[in-house]
Design a protein around this ligand. Structure first.
Ligand code: C2E
Ligand code: MG
Ligand code: MG
Ligand code: MG
Length: 287
């Protein structure tokens, strides 16, 4: 039957499958040209201090203005990983994000660091640390201006160079964090082996607090791991005031989510930072 056929990794040709394959090929062809056609842009989601909402950093998130309309990364990153185009795309993202944080720093905004998502494929056949060193130098940025977010997949893929790459990045002063922590394999072994600075508490669990008991338990456990290993912790997907308060009580210092802001254009984020500084200046003046 069809289930067994799928399990045997063999599929009969059907018109639907033909269509799917065509769609995939078309997307991969378009992706190949998307960098030079300047079809990508980055939005920046603020990471805020959960106590008072002040912006401390921003995560760069890619968007694709494809011929089919604006597309979310979940719909094309995996394809780009399959074809290997993610290496070029990832390099473009790093360039853009570093240029942007250099501009923010020069403007004297409070924002001094940008976080960039890195695919496991960017480890393979490319010296990530060398590429990062060159980009930082080009923009005259200290390593601490850049944070790289890896998913657990990048860590368990066990490319022979992972340890060397992480050590190289650490030596540059770049912050290294694990994205969507708890969602994947949570191979805690890597927390001991690799020079990680922080964890990002997956929105999968944040979504359920403060009411769902098992989500509460998982958040507590992850906060405990971060605390005892001396790691930073950023909560993802904070959507409500009740969640913010719960996380704060748990000792989570930083959060991002729709409660504060979605991914914003660089200009919109700059406007927000200017406003924030004005409010802060007014408050300081009052004292
Ligand atoms: P991520 O790194 O875990 O990013 C968080 C995702 O959650 C983003 O989706 C963001 O828009 C969304 N989000 C933020 N706050 C909230 C909230 O309060 N509620 C909910 N429901 N969602 C929220 P986005 O931008 O669609 O990105 C999806 C994923 O695609 C990212 O997950 C990341 O893994 C990947 N990605 C994004 N940009 C890049 C990139 O430049 N390179 C690579 N390799 N992957 C990227
Ligand atoms: Mg991320
Ligand atoms: Mg995440
Ligand atoms: Mg995610």
């Amino acid at each position: 039957d069809s289930k067994r056929r799928l399990r045997n990794n063999w599929q009969a040709y059907t018109p639907e499958l033909g269509q799917l394959r065509e769609d995939r090929l078309r997307m991969e062809t378009q992706l190949r040209r998307a960098v030079e056609n300047e079809e990508f842009r980055l939005v920046y989601q603020p990471q805020v201090d959960l106590r008072h909402g002040r912006v401390v950093a921003a995560e760069a998130l890619i968007r694709w203005r494809s011929q089919q309309g604006e597309m979310r990364p979940d719909h094309f990153i995996a394809h780009a990983e399959n074809t290997g185009d993610i290496v070029r795309i990832g390099r473009w993202v790093m360039q853009q994000a570093c240029a942007q944080v250099a501009a923010w720093r020069a403007a004297g905004h409070g924002i001094v660091r940008v976080a960039v998502n890195v695919s496991y494929r960017q480890f393979i056949g490319d010296d990530l640390a060398d590429a990062v060193r060159a980009i930082l130098a080009e923009h005259r940025l200290p390593g601490s201006a850049l944070e790289l977010e890896f998913t657990e997949r990048a860590l368990i893929e066990d490319a022979p160079d992972t340890l060397r790459t992480f050590a190289g990045l650490r030596d540059l002063g770049v912050m290294l964090s694990i994205d969507d922590f708890g969602e994947g394999y949570s191979a805690l072994n890597y927390l001991r082996r690799l020079p990680i600075h922080g964890l990002k508490l997956s929105q999968l669990f944040v979504a359920g607090v403060p009411h769902n008991h098992s989500d509460v338990a998982v958040c507590q456990a992850i906060a405990g791991i971060a605390r005892s290993l001396g790691l930073g912790l950023v909560a993802e997907g904070v959507e409500s005031e009740a969640q913010r308060r719960f996380l704060l009580e748990l000792g989570v210092p930083v959060g991002q989510g729709f409660l504060f802001a979605p991914g914003l254009s660089a200009d919109d984020l700059a406007r927000r930072l200017t406003l924030e500084q004005a409010v802060l200046a007014a408050q300081t003046g009052e004292r």
